[in-house]
Structure formats: structure tokens, C-alpha cells
Design a protein around this ligand. Structure first.
Ligand code: PLP
Length: 332
């Protein structure tokens, strides 16, 4: 079924497993340069007004884009798709972003290069600035846009990729797509994720799964959910109030490359508890195995499909898979 050998824990064709994580930054140091409204500036210089509408009402839209070291220098993962998604999120909130995808892509490349980043995370963000204290920011509030850069290694902890993480089902539900446009990445939506993430942290878990209003599974706090049952890969779609992730799309494409059967459908917490394997995907989380969900435990590591997807994904985003070379934009 699979064309990629899925030995574990060695990443064939990757730096060896220790180098993979050991060479990554441990912290999230901010980079000295930021792209702000069309120019690269010192990141300490610009300020957000205390009456920015976004600060009060969550009216910002944003993206998270990874930068990885490759043999041809740093590469940005699926840059255009991320920027297109940000402009679609902006459209829904009535925000006219004064830059198109090409201008934002040039800005992203320029600011990454200027900061000399290898393992990094770009945060493009467009927000409604200062204006009247009403709820109609599209009438008078300016729209400002920045692309901030920071270092980023393994997001869910240094051992997460290798050993997997522990999740709980949150007592908070994810807002339904009739309540908020849940496919959009808008700041206000993440108050819900913060509540669930704090609840998980306070109870000693690494992250949380949020259910929908109908009781089916939506997503983790900032990641999509996959599970494997009897060799079939399952995930849900936008009808489950998710952000349909770009990493999710990469994994589905790797599944096609490897003839792994896939079913995209709404699924219940019980189906997840009965799964053979569970893993999360996201720009920050990459492909992170889940070793426990509440009282259930799952296979991780050697021989799992999750390991295959993780390895194939990391190969592709570090420029080691010609088939997906178009996922990367060179910074050099
Ligand atoms: C709620 C939510 N779900 C899923 C994802 C994963 O999306 P992506 O793979 O595009 O980063 C994210 C992160 O952007 C998110 O915030």
C-alpha cells in the first residue's frame, strides 16, 4: 500500500532523528525586522493604537506560515495558499486589505530574508485600527497589515513529534459555523481556543479536542484532527466548523500519493476513542501523534500510518520530495 518505508524513529533522508529536533530553536525569539504596511522596519518601532478596533472586538485576521531550512536555503510552506486564505478571512469581515497576494508574498520573502531565519514562523496579520467605538469598523477604521517573524521549533514540546501528546475533550464547545465564519482565521474566534487550551493545561493535558454544537468532533485548539481505523484515514471537513487546514490538505495529498484509503466525514468522540491511531495537523503542530485521549491510548511510532505521514510531510517541507517541490517558496 505504501511507497515510503515507515521505519521509526529514523527519518530516512532527513537529518537523523536527534538532529531533527536538536537543530531546532527551543524558544520563540522575535526577529528584529517586521514588514509593516509595505515596508520592512525594526520590529520594536511600530505600535498598535490602544483604541484599535481589533484589540477591543477581535477584528483581525491572520495566518501562520512556517519557514524550514532546505538545501536551497530557507523555504516558506504554501505561502500563496496562506495569503489567499487570509484575504478570504478579511473579505468576510468586510476588511479591505490594501495589498494583494503578490505584494504580501514579496513582503513575506523580504522580511524572512532580512531576518536570516531558518526555522521560523511568519505571522501575517491584518487588523482594523483606531476609529469610533462602534461595531462598524469597516466604515472608518484604517486597515493595517504586518508580517511578523519569530523562531519556532517543535510547537507542542520537544518530544511531541516523537512520543506523541495527551489530549482531553474540552468542556467548551467550538462555535458553530452559523455563529461565526469558522473557516476564517480571525482573532476573535481564538478566545474559544484559549479557554480550551487553559482548561487542558490546568488538568495536566497537552491540548484539547473541541466538540461541535451537535456533539461531533470539530478540531483541537489550533489543529485539525485525523484518525486511523483498520488502515483507513478519517478526518472531517468545514461542515464540522473547522478551519480546513493547509497541513490537512498536505496530509490528504500524501495519502493519495501512497494509496491510503481516506474518508472525509463528521465523526463522533466515540469513533475517536475507538481509533487505532489519532494525530493532529497544523502549521505549528506539523503532524503530531496523539498517544492518549482521556482514558483511551493509541498506537504511535514504528509502523503507524501517523509516522509515515509525519515523515513524508517533514521531507516535503524541508525540500526533500521533488513531487511536492511546489509547496515551497524559496527565500534565498
Ligand atoms: C482552529 C484551527 N484549525 C486548524 C488549523 C490548521 O491549519 P493549517 O494547517 O492551515 O495551519 C489552525 C491553524 O491555522 C487553526 O487555527
Amino acid at each position: 500500500m505504501t511507497s515510503i518505508p515507515n521505519e521509526w524513529p529514523n527519518f530516512h533522508g532527513m537529518p537523523d532523528d536527534d538532529a531533527l529536533t536538536a537543530s531546532r530553536p527551543r524558544g520563540q525569539k522575535l526577529a528584529p525586522w517586521i514588514w509593516w504596511d509595505g515596508e520592512v522596519r525594526e520590529s520594536a518601532a511600530p505600535n498598535v493604537h490602544y483604541y484599535a478596533n481589533a484589540l477591543h472586538y477581535g477584528t483581525a485576521v491572520f495566518e501562520g506560515i512556517r519557514c524550514y531550512p532546505t538545501d536551497r536555503g530557507p523555504g516558506l510552506v504554501r505561502l500563496r495558499e496562506h495569503l489567499e486564505r487570509m484575504l478570504l478571512s478579511a473579505r468576510i469581515y468586510g476588511m479591505k486589505v490594501p495589498f494583494d497576494v503578490d505584494a504580501l508574498a514579496r513582503g513575506a520573502i523580504e522580511v524572512t530574508r532580512r531576518n536570516g531565519i531558518q526555522n521560523g514562523y511568519l505571522r501575517p496579520l491584518a487588523y482594523f485600527g483606531s476609529g469610533p467605538i462602534d461595531l462598524k469598523p469597516k466604515r472608518e477604521c484604517p486597515v493595517n497589515v504586518f508580517i511578523a517573524v519569530r523562531e519556532l521549533g517543535t510547537f507542542l514540546g520537544p518530544d511531541a513529534l516523537r512520543k506523541g501528546i495527551r489530549l482531553m475533550v474540552s468542556s467548551w464547545r467550538r462555535p458553530h459555523h452559523t455563529v461565526l465564519p469558522t473557516m476564517a482565521k480571525a482573532s476573535g474566534h481564538y478566545a474559544n481556543s484559549v479557554l480550551a487550551a487553559h482548561e487542558a493545561m490546568d488538568r495536566g493535558f497537552d491540548d484539547a479536542i473541541l466538540l461541535n454544537q451537535d456533539g461531533t468532533v470539530s478540531c483541537a485548539t489550533g489543529h485539525n484532527v485525523f484518525f486511523v481505523k483498520a488502515g483507513t484515514l478519517f478526518t472531517n471537513d468545514e461542515a464540522s466548523s473547522i478551519v480546513p487546514g493547509i497541513t490537512r490538505d498536505c496530509v490528504l495529498s500524501i495519502a493519495r500519493d501512497n494509496n491510503v484509503p481516506v474518508q472525509i466525514k463528521a465523526f463522533t468522540r466515540e469513533e475517536l476513542l475507538r481509533a487505532d491511531e489519532v494525530f493532529l495537523t497544523g502549521t505549528a503542530a506539523e503532524v503530531t501523534p496523539v498517544r492518549e485521549l482521556d482514558s483511551a491510548s493509541f498506537a504511535t511510532g514504528k509502523g503507524t500510518l501517523g509516522a509515515l505521514f509525519q515523515r513524508a510531510y517533514l521531507r516535503a517541507v524541508t525540500g526533500r520530495d521533488e513531487k511536492h517541490a511546489d509547496w515551497l517558496t524559496a527565500v534565498a
